[in-house]
Design a protein around this ligand. Structure first.
Ligand code: BT5
Length: 251
């Protein structure tokens, strides 16, 4: 159906009508399927964000998908794949005429509102990765968001873009495969980092970094080789922030 020119990303697509979470489903079958398998569901009854948060995806008006990949890397290298995925989403959208940007580490925004979230999960044993699940939610047709997220969420339709899910998934798979192969096979992080910088919503800006319920006002300087955010604190000190458990808020 997707007719992909890729080598392995999205070569096998499992299409579901409904599921709790495509990420949980991917983790159930992760050991049994080949790398590149993509799971897409019309709706999710228990869509997940990071740290137990909820991802609203009960209706069939978005792309709710999880990609299973099997890179031969050490677990600490997996978080960079969130950036690879984010860069692929913005590039895919840009190819289709949508101006989106990346709010490091895992949000894609359009006109300052969240249109896409990414949740990377890992299965590893003895310091070896079995597989990585990259969950991606993109709001396509939603017009009315629930009250809790009304102010901060948007969809492609709401922003005036009428695009088909198939085109977006296709472009994503093509762009992801390029960056992924570069990173895993050649150790090339630069292509991903360049996109993350070019399409960054926060570099050069002041933001709040929120960690363990504490928030700190900083200026974003760059994203470094490790995929970490480099910021300048109020006292002038330069800090490196790991993506793990932080959120970024606008000022
Ligand atoms: C994320 O978490 O943004 C990761 C979202 C990943 C969703 C995909 S869908 C396919 C796959 N299967 C899953 O179960 N999950 C993945 P986080 O950074 O923690 O942001 C979560 C926050 O985003 C919530 O607390 C809300 O504030 C907001 N939010 C929830 N649903 C949203 C939506 N549909 N659109 C925009 N924002 C939303």
């Amino acid at each position: 159906a997707y007719n992909l020119p890729t080598e392995f990303i999205g070569k096998k697509v499992i299409h579901l009508d409904t599921v709790g979470s495509t990420n949980d489903y991917a983790k159930e079958i992760g050991n049994k399927v080949s790398g590149g398998t993509l799971i897409i569901s019309e709706q999710q009854t228990k869509g997940k964000g990071r740290l137990g948060r909820v991802w609203k995806s009960k209706s069939g008006d978005g792309i709710w998908m999880s990609l299973i990949i099997k890179p031969k890397i050490e677990p600490y290298k997996a978080p960079f794949l969130t950036l690879v995925a984010g860069a692929s989403v913005v590039k895919a959208l840009s190819n289709l005429g949508v101006e989106a940007s990346i709010k490091w580490p895992n949000d894609i925004i359009v006109h300052n509102k969240k249109i896409c979230g990414i949740l990377t999960e890992l299965s590893a044993e003895m310091e070896r990765v079995n597989y990585v699940v990259i969950g991606i939610g993109i709001n396509i047709k939603t017009i009315d968001f629930p009250d809790e997220i009304k102010e901060k969420a948007t969809s492609l339709y709401k922003e005036g873009y009428k695009l088909s899910r198939v085109d977006i998934v296709r472009q994503f798979c093509i762009e992801f495969e390029k960056l992924y192969k570069g990173y895993i096979l050649d150790g090339n992080k630069q292509d991903t980092l360049e996109l993350c910088r070019k399409y960054s919503a926060i570099i050069g800006k002041q933001v709040y970094v929120i960690k363990n319920n504490k928030r700190e006002l900083v200026k974003c300087i760059d994203i470094n080789e490790n995929g970490n955010l480099i910021v300048k604190e109020k006292n002038g000190e330069i800090q490196e922030i790991m993506s793990g458990e932080v959120s970024i808020r606008g000022v």
